[in-house]
Design a protein around this ligand. Structure first.
Ligand code: G6P
Length: 457
């Protein structure tokens, strides 16, 4: 079996002492394949240095980690700039927040070229290369220009926007052209895939080769929808153990007989956090029996805090939480517990398990693994209810959830109210279909189906 070379902006490398750093689902899934086949995980070291470009390489078992330092300017233009102020808002339909400064684009291309030049010497002829996410779209094109002939696949973790939105990007055409340097481009959902095909056929003058393959500028690229998933069986076991740990007990004791609604998201404007607080506020307003009873725990670790739009959303969220708590709290009850910090996956599994509702209401999201994790962590006898935005990729699969429109506060409040009142039988039935589905479609199935399609491409 050929070696696997994984490239992503962030790398989950082992910490000192040899334990793997990444506990996230993607890291687990990718590490399993790298361990089995041997290979390289290449990406940014997370470090900024004066010169940049220094490559830190070390082996751990059959895996070689190769991590590149960047300069402060690279970070500003490539990461904070083009990736997170141009592509991220655009792909999440937030044209109002997008900034297309040309310097960002130049930095994005420069860092992709740097990745290509540092990766190339490490490649063997029969390697299979798998590049991840919007930070690295032009990487295959850069590698090809330098003579790379290996099979290269790309997987986009975030949504692919409709053509009418994509064309707001000044360099939309060259971005799509560079995607055609891949052998396989994977999307989270069929809708994303179709939006890409629509652009290639209608806006760029490409043609169909077969049902999944298109041709543009003489290059053929195969496409597919590969909804990413979680390590379902393992998470369910961890959650069962976490049900009786000290932290879970403390949370349970603090909630007592009240109803816990939980949300866990990076503090990002795409997650719909302010609207979520407003929906919860509406629940308290429209269904007063919930006052003194419902507790909304929102865990929102800060993210990309150098980007002004993220500072703005944090201020808005804090104002909204403060306003609702000021209006409704009593001496023995605080409606919203807003936590501006993260918790380990292990602790979160326990929090998910003791909550009555998992509230996942992004305005736009490629997949949203929290929704899937919430399901995996439930107690089969007494499962909670998932309330899920229709704009998350996960809504296509999790049909046992109460699907909501996150822009409609009253509708979300109604869904919360029906979730709180739902019979145990209905909760079990809804949960069972989703859990069985996630057992079959877990992270291993995702990785295998992608790599199989890449091998055939
Ligand atoms: C999303 C992206 C990932 C990214 C993650 C965290 O899930 O798809 O590529 O790593 O957010 O964001 P950050 O900017 O901290 O890497």
């Amino acid at each position: 079996m050929s070696r696997l070379v994984v490239v992503s902006n962030r790398v989950s490398a082992p910490r000192q002492g040899g334990r793997t750093g990444g506990e996230g689902g993607l890291a687990v899934g990718i590490l399993a394949a790298l361990r089995e086949r041997g290979g390289i995980w290449f990406g940014w070291s997370g470090k900024l240095t004066e010169q940049g470009g220094n490559l830190d390489v070390f082996d751990a078992g059959r895996i070689t980690y190769a991590m590149l330092d960047l300069t402060a300017r690279d970070y500003e233009e490539y990461y904070s700039g083009f990736a997170n102020r141009s592509l991220w808002p655009l792909f999440h339909y937030r044209l109002d927040l997008a900034d297309f400064t040309r310097r960002y684009l130049a930095g994005y291309q420069r860092v992709n070229a740097l990745f290509a030049s540092k990766l190339l010497p490490a490649l063997k002829d029969d390697d299979q290369i798998w590049i991840h996410d919007y930070h690295l779209i032009p990487l295959a094109d850069q590698l090809r220009q330098a003579g790379c002939r290996q099979k290269i696949g790309f997987f986009l973790h975030i949504p692919w926007p409709a053509p009418e939105v994509l064309v707001a990007l000044p360099n939309h055409r060259s971005l799509v052209n560079s995607l055609c340097a891949y052998d396989l481009v994977g999307f989270q959902t069929e809708t994303d895939r179709q939006a890409f095909i629509d652009y290639v056929l209608r806006d760029a003058g490409g043609t169909y080769v077969d049902e999944t393959t298109v041709e543009l500028n003489g290059r053929q690229v195969k496409t597919g929808a590969f909804p990413i998933s979680i390590d379902t069986g393992n998470l369910a076991r961890v959650a069962e153990e976490a049900a009786s740990t000290r932290h879970t007990e403390r949370l349970r004791a603090s909630i007592r007989d009240r109803d816990l609604i939980v949300g866990v998201d990076r503090l990002d404007y795409s997650k719909g956090l302010v609207a979520r607080v407003e929906a919860f506020e509406h629940l308290l307003k429209a269904y007063p029996a919930n006052r003194g009873r419902a507790v909304f725990l929102q865990i929102a670790p800060p993210s990309r805090s150098d980007v002004p739009e993220y500072q703005q959303i944090r201020a808005e969220l804090e104002a909204a939480c403060g306003r609702v708590n000021a209006a409704y709290a009593d001496f023995d009850w605080t409606p919203i517990r807003y936590l501006n910090k993260g918790f380990s996956r292990r602790l979160l599994t326990g929090f998910f398990r003791v909550s009555s509702i998992g509230l996942v209401t992004p305005l736009r999201d490629g997949m949203n693994l929290v929704a899937k994790e919430y399901v995996a962590c439930q107690n089969p006898d007494e499962p909670g209810v998932l309330v899920l935005s229709r704009f998350a990729g996960a809504a296509r699969e999790l049909d046992g959830a109460l699907i909501v429109n996150p822009y409609d506060n009253e509708g979300v409040a109604e869904a919360l109210q029906s979730a709180l009142a739902m019979s145990r039988d209905e909760r079990r039935e809804r949960w069972r279909t989703m859990f069985d589905y996630l057992k079959r479609h877990d992270i291993d199935a995702w990785r295998e189906s992608y790599l199989e399609a890449l091998a055939e491409a």
